[in-house]
Design a protein around this ligand. Sequence first.
Ligand SMILES: CC(C)(COP(=O)(O)OP(=O)(O)OC[C@H]1O[C@@H](n2cnc3c(N)ncnc32)[C@H](O)[C@@H]1OP(=O)(O)O)[C@@H](O)C(=O)NCCC(=O)NCCS
Length: 190
Amino acid sequence: MLVRLDETIASDHGLVCDLTRWRNTARTSFLTQFTATNERTSSWLRNVVLPNESRMLFIITGNHEDRFGHIGLNNICSSHFDIDNVLRGNASAKSGLMFYSAVSLMTWFFKSSHAPLCRLEVLSHNAAAIKLYHKLGFHEADRFPLWRTQTIDTVTYSREKSGRLSTQAPFDCIAMEISVSAFFSIHSWA
Ligand SMILES: CC(C)(COP(=O)(O)OP(=O)(O)OC[C@H]1O[C@@H](n2cnc3c(N)ncnc32)[C@H](O)[C@@H]1OP(=O)(O)O)[C@@H](O)C(=O)NCCC(=O)NCCS
């Protein structure tokens, strides 16, 4: 099941702990890399995710409210939406969990928004994610180099060089996309 994050869910301490643990396990998969803490996760949910009207985060849950991971939508507008914050938190949950979560979410949002395009970005070293996105039908639309910038507690990878301390990253960012027609032609059962 996909359960949309709201104020009540965001204040669930168990959820915050799960998200923090998962984020630390998958640290190198994301553009901003830091040691997550419960305080930082809670603040991100309340101050970044919830107030943003072009963003939604869904928790992937089981029948007994067990939590398996999360998946989000971002940059929602009339011409496109992005898939982001894709994370399997539970390694032993069924294979295909993330695939079917993504198909469900994209089916619902393509149908309800009428946006013609879904996009995402992934680091080129992230073989598991690229494999999942190819199976979903995404293709590479663009690829660009990244600049690595380190501050006291955070490493950030971005398209823009941030001063003299930035160094070129040993991997790229891949922009992938799929049109609504390609999506429903591949997943005609959805
Ligand atoms: C990226 C990540 C979400 C991929 O998760 P995953 O566990 O591979 O996802 P799934 O369980 O859905 O696996 C996809 C599987 O579904 C299978 N699958 C099931 N039904 C399918 C169908 N109808 N059609 C195609 N594939 C299907 C695929 O074959 C694939 O199995 P395989 O890997 O054995 O070939 C996970 O590795 C992760 O959380 N990584 C850390 C965070 C991360 O990198 N996030 C992405 C940032 S961009």
